[in-house]
Design a binder for this molecule. Sequence first.
Ligand SMILES: O=C(O)CCC(=O)C(=O)O
Length: 271
Amino acid sequence: MSRSAEIPSCTVDAAPDEMYAILAEAGCLVVTGMATPADLQAVRSELDPYLQAAKTEADDAEAFYPGHTRRVIALMHRSPTLCQLMTHPTVEHLGDRHLLENCAKWQLNVTAALEIGPGARDQILHREEDLYPYWTPPRPNLILASMWAISEFTAANGGTLIVPGSHRWDADRVAKPNEIVRAQMQPGSVLFWLGGTLHGGGANITEDQWRYGVLFTYTLGWLRTEENQHLSIPIADVLALPEKTRTRLGFDMDYNGRGLGFYDPRVLAPR
Ligand SMILES: O=C(O)CCC(=O)C(=O)O
């Protein structure tokens, strides 16, 4: 008899160390109650003009990104609310637990608002850590990923595909259908997964629902980021941000006794 896999879930007030223990074991975890209805409304109004302007392409079956989807990046510049949520205490705890064993300062890697529309197909399953092919899976801890549910996520409207436990698999093991789960969550919940966990955007088989999520991934402070955060927000805005946010945007040294990323702050001051 084969048992279907499941994504574990807990509330935002669960003990942080327990949350990490579950995430490390399953490779994925839904945390409910991470954003308030007011946060979600603010994110919608801040990003709406960009999403309305984003083009949807027809599908190319070979392409990494399925058609019938809208993507907007550079979210630290475009959404002040997401800029605050990016350093949510739960994210900070899980990031410290997962990434600090391999760096002194971890940083934001990718931001993307992702709307999956009716007719979109399943995305190819992949690992966030495939960005760094110099190690083969299972790799050391390099990335923590998160998907914030702005709309409801269902099995029919494009809920993220996740393969629990696949962070421990060898590169060539292929997921069987009963090992793949479609994340279902309410708006304000966050799906976390590890950089080695197989995942992808789900197909949207509804007639008229758009699934709306925000992807944030985080990487080690000494690795090159997938989205260039230094060119995704004007420097004058960076200087006005809290110190913790600046660190997460990579405007800080990954100090390991040798000072990776040193700079002279006087260069940033207005002339
Ligand atoms: O949209 C999703 O649920 C996942 C997206 C993803 O994995 C990607 O775009 O690489």
